[in-house]
Ligand binder design. Structure first.
Ligand code: TRP
Length: 344
């Protein structure tokens, strides 16, 4: 009996020791790998790696990308000094986004950042271990990325760019008091647009305005869809939709041809030919995202780090575009707004 107990405990200790040494060896080769990646000075400076995946190029997302680099730097992570940034742009191609996610992981990213919902979703599908910071994801819960904005619960947290949709429709109504029908233009493939479309419908109902939905399945359909809708509605509302943002020039061209005004959800799209919005500064969204990535690099746990929400939007108008369509923006709105179309 005694012998058996002795043999058993020796065996247990042996297993623990072997496990411990195997673990130590693993740790050593891990750190050997990471020093091999870094510069020759890596013995003094610890390099971190942030992998950024951007969904597509459009003005807003490009500004967010720049803001992220600034936010990291403001928090002490400077590219080339103590930080390596791996950047990939999926150009709206789902299979590329998946491949690039794997690539950013195999390059040893300490933190991953997804700019726009489809990019964040690709990263989320690729890892449940490495922390992911959401860069401008409109509806993190609806997109299936976090369980709760205050208590994300997993390896994901970040910054939402949710805008006050009801206030934008209210603004449209003040500028176009006669408007009776709003057409909503969005992409059926983007989860980020769903919540805002529902909000816009509810807000329009409150204002006694009829809504007509125009969902496009691909960017090829946009020109024709805008032609069709422009003939049926008093104005067009566009949520934070990447497919539409990427084709804004076409949208404006077709809407202008029918003299139909556009109220988007972001300053960049007002600048390109929208009338007005209440929106967020895109660079600032990036700065907050970069700061949060830095917090995670410093050891914060995404599971318990609340999603950052902006509380106030800025009123943005394009007086030149309004004049072109024969629309007068009331003076009280002009006086409090930033004019991106004015030439004075
Ligand atoms: N919020 C969008 C998303 O979740 C991304 C985005 C940020 C965006 N800024 C924008 C889309 C401006 C259109 C226009 O995917």
């Amino acid at each position: 009996m005694k012998n058996k107990a002795l043999i058993a405990s020796v065996a247990v200790i042996a297993v623990i020791l072997v496990g411990f040494f195997a673990y130590q060896l693993g740790q050593q080769s891990n750190s050997a790998d990471s020093t091999a990646d870094s510069t020759t000075e890596s013995s003094t400076v610890e390099m971190k790696t942030v992998g950024i995946l951007q969904y597509v190029s459009h003005n807003a997302l490009d500004q967010i990308h720049q803001g992220i680099i600034e936010g990291l730097a403001e928090s002490g992570y400077v590219e080339g000094e103590n930080l390596t940034i791996e950047f990939q742009n999926g150009q709206a191609d789902q299979s590329r986004l998946n491949t690039m996610s794997q690539q950013l992981i195999s390059e040893g990213s300490d933190v991953l950042v997804g700019i726009a919902t489809p990019a964040a979703q690709a990263l989320a599908n690729a890892t449940t271990e490495i922390p992911i910071v959401l860069g401008a994801v409109t509806d993190p819960v609806g997109a299936g990325l976090v369980a709760d904005l205050d208590a994300p619960g997993g390896n994901i947290t970040g910054v939402s760019d949710q805008t006050p949709v009801a206030a934008v429709l209210q603004l449209a109504q003040e500028i176009l008091p006669e408007a009776a029908t709003v057409g909503i233009l969005y992409s059926s493939a983007e989860d980020n647009s769903q919540a805002q479309v529902a909000q816009a419908q509810a807000a329009a109902a409150d204002l006694g305005v009829e809504t007509k939905l125009f969902a496009v399945n691909s960017s090829n359909e946009i020109a024709q869809t805008v032609q069709v809708m422009a003939a049926q509605v008093d104005y067009i509302f566009i949520p934070l939709d990447n497919t539409i943002a990427n084709a804004m020039e076409t949208v404006v061209q077709e809407a202008d041809a029918a003299n139909t005004p556009i109220f988007p959800s972001v300053d960049t799209m007002v600048e390109q030919g929208g009338i007005a919005t209440i929106g967020l500064n895109q660079f600032q969204i990036g700065v907050e995202t970069g700061k949060m990535a830095a917090q995670i690099l410093d050891g914060a746990d995404p599971a318990t780090t609340p999603v950052y929400l902006f509380t106030e939007g800025e009123t943005i108008i394009n007086s030149q575009q309004a004049a072109k369509l024969g629309i007068t923006i009331p003076a009280d709105i002009v006086s409090e707004a930033t004019d991106l179309g004015g030439e004075e």
